[in-house]
Write a protein that binds this ligand. Structure first.
Ligand code: ADP
Length: 255
């Protein structure tokens, strides 16, 4: 991270909902071209953090910058350089894929090449198909296409493979890596540790509004193993899932 240009900087960020502190003074930096994962149990504060970065919620104190722009003070400028993966919309049913991507592109001054974007996500041959005919994986890839219409510097992905079968999931991982390799920075939230381990250059593990650790998946696993951790049935020394459970406990936190 030290060698690359910093694109996101989060400084002592706090978010309170009345008396409840959802985000309690977190700090992290993300380098340009990183896939950075935010991991944590339900209620940890991931969504709040991401939505502050996206300019959708304002921080109680502290600050966050994307490409040097303060997200709370200059939300409009930030929105021009970020892409956010949206969840399903019912009106999509009435449009074909080309029309959906085209519709989102009208929000931006620089007009994208809709065909090129559909090709990037592997949906060009489906451009005349209607949304409802798509598989789960294709719908997710379309939501990434829509997030790419403004050629963003930073792409936010919220659980991009939830509900997908293993093939569709691996296909999505490949797409996400291709997007990173094209120079974009990706912030991803996921509950799948295997996914974080495979995809993320670094992860931040958040619990109760605080960052418990930040490092590459490999370094986190090595640290845990070096501390004497052993899995019951040894397949490999430890997985990222072991790191996660070791730091945040086994109890369920359904919200
Ligand atoms: P995560 O995405 O990690 O599940 P969230 O950021 O959604 O966590 O939530 C963090 C905590 O803040 C949770 O306890 C949640 O109930 C609370 N919270 C989130 N949004 C609001 C809100 N608008 N008003 C009050 N509490 C909220």
């Amino acid at each position: 991270m030290s060698k690359v240009k910093e694109i996101i900087s989060v400084n002592n960020l706090v978010k309170k909902y009345d008396n409840f502190t959802a985000v309690n003074g977190i700090n992290f930096k993300v380098g340009q071209g990183e896939i950075f994962g935010l991991l944590g149990p339900n209620g940890a504060g991931k969504t709040t953090t991401v939505e502050i970065l996206e300019g959708l919620r304002s921080p109680t104190s502290g600050s966050a910058e994307i490409n040097g722009i303060d997200v709370a003070k200059n939300t409009k400028a930030v929105k021009k350089i970020i892409g956010v993966q949206l969840q399903e919309c019912s009106f999509f049913d009435k449009l074909n894929l080309f029309e959906i991507v085209e519709m989102f592109s009208v929000f931006y001054t620089s007009k994208p090449n809709v065909g090129e974007i559909l090709e990037k996500v592997g949906l060009l041959e489906k451009k005349k198909s209607y949304y409802k005919t798509l598989s789960g994986g294709q719908k997710q890839r379309l939501s990434i296409a829509v997030a790419l219409v403004n050629d963003p510097k930073v792409l936010f992905l919220d659980e991009p493979t939830t509900g997908l079968d293993p093939q569709a999931r691996r296909n999505m991982w490949e797409l996400i890596e291709n997007i990173r390799d094209s120079g974009k920075t990706i912030i991803i939230t996921t509950h799948y540790m295997e996914e974080a381990e495979k995809l993320c250059d670094r992860v931040a593990i958040i619990d109760s509004g605080e960052i418990v650790t930040i490092n590459s998946p490999n370094n986190l696993i090595r640290e845990l193993v070096d501390s004497g951790f052993k899995v019951e049935e040894k397949i490999q020394d430890a997985t990222l899932e072991d790191v996660f459970i070791n730091l945040t406990g086994k109890s369920l936190r359904e919200s």
